[in-house]
Ligand binder design. Structure first.
Ligand code: CUA
Length: 347
């Protein structure tokens, strides 16, 4: 995989390749965009970044300008060198100036940073939202290596994809079941650590419908890079339809291959790790699969939910995502075909 090569062989050339890729692909599908904010919080954060960048750029130009001027003006190689510059050691006025100016600059950066931090850490009033004054609560729970999403008020549990209605404030309660992860959807702003035993609150909203990519932003083990997520922001009608779909129990009375696949699933070791609501499968290790077929991706939002990819995954999960908690179950081709039919019935 070219990505791994770039990361595993640090060097000027590879660093340059990585940076070029980052610049070229910013905003494209597959890479979380950073500089095109799509929420009020992200707009504020991006504004702060811009402001601090401008301040830093001015400081850089002034300091480097003096340096370059001095080097050129007093160079020994110069024809008409004026010799040594005036010696200013112990000049109290200059020392006060160059202590006070950086202190003031840093104070300004501190004040605007704290202001932004306060603003993005509380519920945006203007966005009380289409669900009324109460925010939509979503628990984002980090697992090695996928995100689980629980909607306590709606009684929904899903994975990899977080659906939200546009223009509503979302209270994301970030938690972890194992190690420290970090919940980060750059285009929607904010980054929040997922710490075992603690609930951290992140406020989120989306101004426009769309699919926004996120990535775990704290190294959490071998598959940290493959711990992604998608936030799907949609109209209130679409969101309500999604909620209704997710609340429905799995289809009863399956027939044909899907029914045979269900038999294999429920009699095998799958149930030890996965939950399918309304069945005897109540495992809590892997993602909840109740409405697996309604998702666009799986495996930490790193694989498109296509029959080919499901077959590849079932045949040997360790070959696809080495180190993940699902072992190779050595399923036969016919079992894989039946399980595929079953998983595709979980709409
Ligand atoms: Cu989870 Cu990195």
């Amino acid at each position: 995989m070219p990505h791994n090569n770039v990361l595993r062989q640090p060097g000027t050339k590879n660093l340059f390749t990585a940076l070029s890729l980052l610049v070229l692909t910013a905003g494209c599908a597959g890479v979380p965009a950073v500089f095109t904010p799509a929420s009020n919080n992200a707009v504020q954060t991006t504004r702060l970044i811009g402001l601090v960048f401008i301040i830093a750029a001015v400081v850089f130009v002034v300091v480097e300008g003096f340096l370059v001027f001095t080097v050129l003006r007093y160079s020994q190689k110069r024809k008409n060198t004026p010799g040594l510059p005036p010696q200013i050691e112990g000049n109290r006025r200059l020392e006060i100036i160059w202590t006070a100016v950086p202190a003031v600059v840093l104070a300004v950066v501190f004040i605007i940073s704290v202001g932004t931090l306060r603003s993005v850490s509380s519920q945006p009033e203007a966005l009380a939202g289409i669900l009324g004054p109460k925010p939509l609560v979503v628990k984002a729970i980090g697992h090695q290596w996928y995100w689980e999403f629980q909607y306590p008020d709606q009684k929904i549990i899903t994975a990899d994809e977080m659906h939200i209605p546009v223009g509503t404030s979302i209270q994301v309660e970030v938690e972890s079941v194992d190690v420290v992860h970090s919940f980060w959807v750059p285009i929607l702003g904010g980054k929040m650590d997922a710490v075992p035993g603690t609930t951290n609150i992140l406020w989120m909203s989306a101004n426009e419908p769309g699919t926004y990519l996120g990535q775990c932003a704290e190294f959490c083990g071998v598959e940290h890079a493959k711990m992604r997520l998608e936030v799907i922001a949609e109209s209130k009608d679409q969101f309500d339809a999604w909620v209704t779909l997710q609340q429905a129990p799995m289809a009863a009375n399956l027939t044909g291959d899907a029914a045979k696949g269900e038999q294999i699933f429920l009699s095998g070791s799958c149930t030890a790790c996965h939950t399918i609501s309304g069945t005897t499968a109540k495992g809590k290790v892997g993602p909840d699969l109740t409405h697996f077929a309604s998702r666009q991706t799986f495996a930490g939002a790193t694989m498109d939910n296509t029959p080919d990819n499901i077959v590849k995954w079932l045949a040997d999960p360790q070959a696809v995502k080495p180190g993940n908690l699902m072992p190779n179950l050595n399923l036969s081709d016919s079992d894989i075909r039946l399980l595929l039919a079953f998983l595709q019935s979980l709409k």
